[in-house]
Structure formats: structure tokens, C-alpha cells
Ligand binder design. Structure first.
Ligand code: APR
Length: 230
């Protein structure tokens, strides 16, 4: 049974990582256009570099939760039949043990060199314009996909969504495409669709199975059900 799990900010919420559109979410404190667009970076690079330096430091100080661990446990049980596609830029899935993982919106722990295109792992601040390890130019930016930019690995993701038997959406509001369209694609190709979210999202097509609740409760329960039915 091939499973694709799409995760969003809600899976990291109980680890203490702020979501985007909940009350006091990230977009309450910042204007998207100022900190999450190429134009915003162009207009005020220091503001944007500091915003991501702060988020990178924040993620270094939190730990994966039971929902991340449950998906790692499921991967141990079914291996390559599970692909986790995350919109999150934190590294909590990796730190919980997930390996079959795609970061479609990039990663806080990676930098992107705008001079040579290198994407080195990166945990330090970028505000001081450190040199690119590959080319030496001081032109590193966060390797995070901003609004208006192309997400990563779309072909691989779409192939997996089309081929899967079960599509699960965890902790995402379904507000941003292309991720928001995957439930419709999976459903069109015959997959069973499941939503594990704090509150039912207004997805473009209804999920077959909606299980509202905190990710640390509903994700382990669902994963253990799948594992015990193997
Ligand atoms: N458990 C489960 N779900 C939760 C929890 C929780 N503890 N807390 C919040 N949620 C749900 C909210 O109900 C909401 O549906 O998680 C979802 C978070 O939605 P958003 O804040 O919109 O985050 P996300 O869907 O990941 O945003 C998608 O938008 O801003 C861009 O690039 C950014 O990747 C992000 C994308």
C-alpha cells in the first residue's frame, strides 16, 4: 500500500514552531510581501535575512513531537511505500528519523547561493553575509521557496501523489498551491484521502476520512492503525 503524507505547519505546532495562519501566526507578525517574496528580499535584504536567522535559531531550540515520530515509525514499517512531502522548512521530520522526505518549500537549514546556485547545509546566521562554501561569493540567501518562486521536486511529488493508494494531509490549511491541489489529484487517481488536522480545512475536494484533533494525538493513532493492519 503506497502512502503519501503531506505535512504543513500544524504538525510542528506542538513542538513550539509558529504556524502561519492561526491566531498570532507568523503572518500576523509580518507581511508576507516583506519577508517571503523575492521583491521583499530585494527591497530589504537585512530584514529578510534576520527574519530567517531568527526562525533558524528557533527551530534549533525545539524538538520533534509524537506526530513526527509516528511518521518515522511508519517509514520503518513500510519503507519506500511511504513518502512524506512537507511544506515545512524546519528539520523536525529528519530529526524524528524520516528519510523518504521532500521539502517542497526548501529548508531553513540550507542556504542558496545566488551567485553559483549551490545549496549548502547551513545552520549559522546569514545576516553577516558569509562566503559561499562553493564559490566564495557573499551572496547567500535562505534556501526557502518564497511566494512567486517554483517549489522544489514538483515532478517527483506529482508522480507519487498519482501513484499512491492513500493520501494523508496533516496540519495544513490548504491555502497555498500546488500543495493545496494534491488531495484532488490523489482522489482523481483513486486514492483514499485522509485529513489529520486540528480543525477540518476547507479543502477543494472533501476528504474520505476527516479526523480533527491535535497532530500529536491523531497522527500516532492513524499510523498505529496502519502498522497493525500490515
Ligand atoms: N495539530 C494539527 N493541526 C494543527 C495544529 C495542531 N496542533 N495547530 C494548527 N493546526 C492546523 C491549523 O488548523 C491549520 O489548518 O495546521 C494548519 C496550519 O495552516 P497554515 O498556518 O496555513 O500553515 P500551512 O498550511 O503549512 O501553510 C502552507 O503557506 O505561508 C506559506 O510557505 C508557507 O508552507 C507554508 C504554506
Amino acid at each position: 500500500m503506497r502512502i503519501v503524507v503531506l505535512t504543513g505547519a500544524g504538525i510542528s505546532a506542538e513542538s513550539g514552531v509558529p504556524t502561519f495562519r492561526d491566531a498570532d501566526g507568523l503572518w500576523d507578525g509580518h507581511r508576507v510581501e516583506d519577508v517571503a517574496t523575492p521583491e521583499g528580499f530585494e527591497a530589504n535584504p537585512d530584514l529578510v535575512l534576520r527574519f530567517y536567522d531568527e526562525r533558524r535559531r528557533g527551530v534549533a531550540s525545539v524538538v520533534p513531537n509524537a506526530a513526527h515520530s509516528a511518521l518515522a515509525r511508519l517509514e520503518e514499517a513500510i519503507g519506500d511505500d511511504l513518502l512524506v512531502v512537507t511544506q515545512n522548512v524546519d528539520d523536525l521530520h529528519e530529526r524524528a528519523g524520516s528519510q523518504n522526505l521532500v521539502h517542497m518549500h526548501g529548508e531553513l537549514r540550507r542556504a542558496l547561493c545566488t551567485a553559483c546556485g549551490a545549496r549548502p547545509e547551513w545552520t549559522a546566521d546569514l545576516i553577516d553575509r558569509p562566503p559561499c562554501p562553493a564559490c566564495g561569493e557573499r551572496k547567500l540567501r535562505p534556501d526557502v521557496v518564497w511566494f512567486g518562486e517554483m517549489p522544489y521536486d514538483l515532478d517527483r511529488i506529482e508522480q507519487a501523489v498519482i501513484a499512491c493508494d492513500v493520501f494523508v494531509s496533516v496540519g495544513t490549511s490548504g491555502a497555498v498551491y500546488p500543495a493545496a491541489g494534491y488531495v484532488a489529484l490523489a482522489s482523481a487517481f483513486g486514492a483514499r484521502t485522509v485529513e489529520l488536522n486540528l480543525v477540518p480545512s476547507d479543502a477543494i475536494v472533501p476528504f474520505d476520512d476527516v479526523r480533527p484533533g491535535p497532530a500529536t494525538e491523531v497522527v500516532p493513532r492513524w499510523a498505529d492503525e496502519v502498522i497493525s493492519a500490515l
